[in-house]
Design a binder for this molecule. Structure first.
Ligand code: ASP
Length: 442
C-alpha cells in the first residue's frame, strides 16, 4: 500500500535533483549556447514549469472556497470559529516574531557583511515597488465586489467573504444543509484534482529547477556567502528547533513524523517559491497525511499562507544586520525591536508569492532608516533564498494548523501516526460513467 506513494515523493526528489544538476551544468557550460537557451531553458523548461505552477494556482481559489464553506459548517458555531481564528493568529504572530528574533540574534553574533567591500555600481539599481500602508491593508480586508476578489485571487478578501457566507449558511439552519453538503462534495472533487496535478509534479518540479539553476549559477553565492550562509543556517534552526519545540510542547505530537510527512509540501514550496500556489498541497498534507480535520485546516492553512511568513522574516532579520554592517550603520536595540515589529506587520499585509519578501524588506528598511538601495546587494542570491524560505513559511503554516487542531481536539492521531496515511494513490480514470454503469448493471 505504501509503495506507490513512497515512490511518488522519492520520484519528485529525484527529478528535483536532476533538474538542479542539469540547470547548474547548463549555467556552467552552455550559458551562451543559443540553441540550449532558446529551446531548453526558455522553451521546454519555461513552458513545462509555467504550466505546472499555473495548474497549482488554478486549484487554489476553488479549493479554498469549497473547503472553507465545508470547514466553517463543520465547526458549527461562530464562537468556535472565532476561537480557532484568534489562536491561529496569535500563533502566527508568535512564530514570526520568534523567527526574526532568532535571525537578528544569530546575525549580530556572526556579523555578516562586516568588512564587505562595496563594488562600483552595486549601490544603486533597486527601486522598491510601493508597499501598501497598513491602514489600506485593513480597509482592503472587505471586498467591495466578491466576484472581483475571486477573479483576482485576493486571498484575505476571499477568506473574509467566504467565512461570512458560510456563517450565514449555518444561520439559515436546516435549509442550509444542502449547501454545506454540496460544498463537501465539491471539496472532495477539488482534492481529487490536487491528486491529479500531483502526478505530474516530478516533471514540473524538474522543469522549474532546471530553469532556475540554469539562470542562477551557484557561483553567484560566493561573494554573498556570509549572508546566504547565515540565512540558510537560521532557516534550518527555526524549522528543526523553534517550530519543532512548539509542536512538541503545544501540539504534543512527534516532530519527526511531522517533518517526514511535510516533505512533499516543502518540495512544492521550494520549487514554486510561493506559499499561495502550494496551498492545495499543504491542505492535502495536513488533512490526509497529518489527520487534521477539514474544519480547522480549511481556515488556518490559507490564512497562514497569506499572513504567516517565518522564513521571510528570517531573511529580513539577517538582511537588516547585513546591510547595517555593510553601510556601517548602528541600529541599536530600538532599531532592532522596530525591525521585529515591522517584519511581523509586513508579513500580515503581503501575500505569499515569489519575491514578495524583498518588498517587505523595503518597508522595514524605510522604517528604520536603512538605505533601501542596499537591497540591490542581496538581490542576486534572493531567488535561491526565496525557495528555501518559502519551504519554511509553509512548514510554519502546517505547524500552527496542527497545534490549533490539537487544542480544538480536531486531529485524528491514528492518521498522524500512520506513516502510510494519505499517500498519493495511483489515479484510475473511470472507464465508464456511473450512469453507464447503472444501465449495465441493469
Ligand atoms: N515567496 C515567499 C512565499 O510565498 C514570500 C517571500 O519571502 O518572498 O511564502
Amino acid at each position: 500500500m505504501s509503495r506507490p506513494a513512497n515512490n511518488m515523493t522519492t520520484k519528485i526528489l529525484i527529478w528535483m535533483f536532476f533538474g538542479m544538476v542539469l540547470g547548474s551544468l547548463i549555467n556552467a557550460f552552455a550559458r551562451d549556447v543559443a540553441l540550449v537557451q532558446d529551446y531548453l531553458v526558455e522553451g521546454l523548461f519555461h513552458v513545462a514549469g509555467a504550466l505546472f505552477i499555473d495548474a497549482l494556482k488554478m486549484l487554489v481559489v476553488p479549493l479554498v472556497t469549497f473547503s472553507l464553506i465545508y470547514g466553517v459548517c463543520g465547526i458549527g458555531s461562530v464562537s468556535a470559529l472565532g476561537r480557532v481564528g484568534v489562536r491561529a493568529f496569535l500563533l502566527f504572530i508568535l512564530t514570526t516574531a520568534l523567527a526574526i528574533t532568532l535571525a537578528i540574534g544569530v546575525a549580530v553574533v556572526v556579523g555578516p557583511g562586516e568588512g564587505f567591500e562595496m563594488r562600483n555600481g552595486e549601490q544603486s539599481g533597486f527601486v522598491p515597488p510601493p508597499a501598501p500602508p497598513l491602514s489600506q491593508v485593513i480597509i482592503d480586508l472587505v471586498p467591495t465586489n466578491p466576484v472581483a476578489a475571486y477573479a483576482n485571487g485576493n486571498m484575505l478578501q476571499i477568506i473574509f467573504f467566504t467565512i461570512l457566507f458560510a456563517i450565514c449558511v449555518l444561520m439559515i439552519g436546516e435549509r442550509g444543509r444542502s449547501i454545506a453538503q454540496g460544498a463537501e462534495r465539491m471539496n472532495e472533487v477539488m482534492m481529487e484534482l490536487v491528486n491529479l496535478v500531483m502526478h505530474v509534479a516530478p516533471y514540473g518540479v524538474f522543469a522549474l529547477m532546471a530553469k532556475t539553476f540554469s539562470q542562477q549559477g551557484l557561483g553567484m553565492i560566493m561573494p554573498m556567502i556570509s549572508y546566504f550562509g547565515v540565512v540558510a543556517v537560521v532557516l534550518l534552526l527555526h524549522v528543526t528547533g523553534t517550530l519543532m519545540l512548539l509542536l512538541r510542547l503545544l501540539g504534543r505530537v512527534s516532530p519527526l513524523m511531522f517533518l517526514k510527512k511535510m516533505r512533499t509540501a516543502q518540495i512544492f514550496a521550494f520549487s514554486t517559491s510561493s506559499s499561495n500556489a502550494t496551498i492545495p498541497v499543504t491542505l492535502r498534507t495536513v488533512e490526509k497525511r497529518l489527520g487534521v480535520d477539514n474544519s480547522t485546516a480549511a481556515f488556518v492553512v490559507p490564512f497562514g499562507a497569506t499572513i504567516n511568513m517565518d522564513g521571510t522574516a528570517i531573511m529580513q532579520g539577517v538582511a537588516t544586520v547585513f546591510i547595517a554592517n555593510v553601510y556601517g550603520i548602528e541600529l541599536g536595540v530600538t532599531g532592532y525591536v522596530t525591525v521585529i515589529g515591522m517584519a511581523v506587520l509586513a508579513s500580515i499585509g503581503t501575500a505569499g508569492v515569489p519575491g514578495v519578501g524583498l518588498i517587505m524588506l523595503a518597508m522595514v528598511f524605510n522604517q528604520v532608516g536603512l538605505p533601501v538601495e542596499g537591497i540591490a546587494l542581496i538581490m542576486g542570491v534572493d531567488r535561491l533564498l526565496d525557495m528555501m524560505r518559502t519551504a519554511v513559511n509553509v512548514t510554519g503554516d502546517a505547524v500552527v494548523t496542527t497545534i490549533v487542531a490539537r487544542a480544538e481536539d480536531n486531529i485524528r492521531l491514528e492518521i498522524f501516526e500512520d506513516p502510510a496515511a494519505g499517500h498519493v494513490e495511483e489515479v484510475h480514470l473511470p472507464r465508464e460513467t456511473p450512469r453507464q454503469r447503472r444501465v449495465a448493471d441493469g
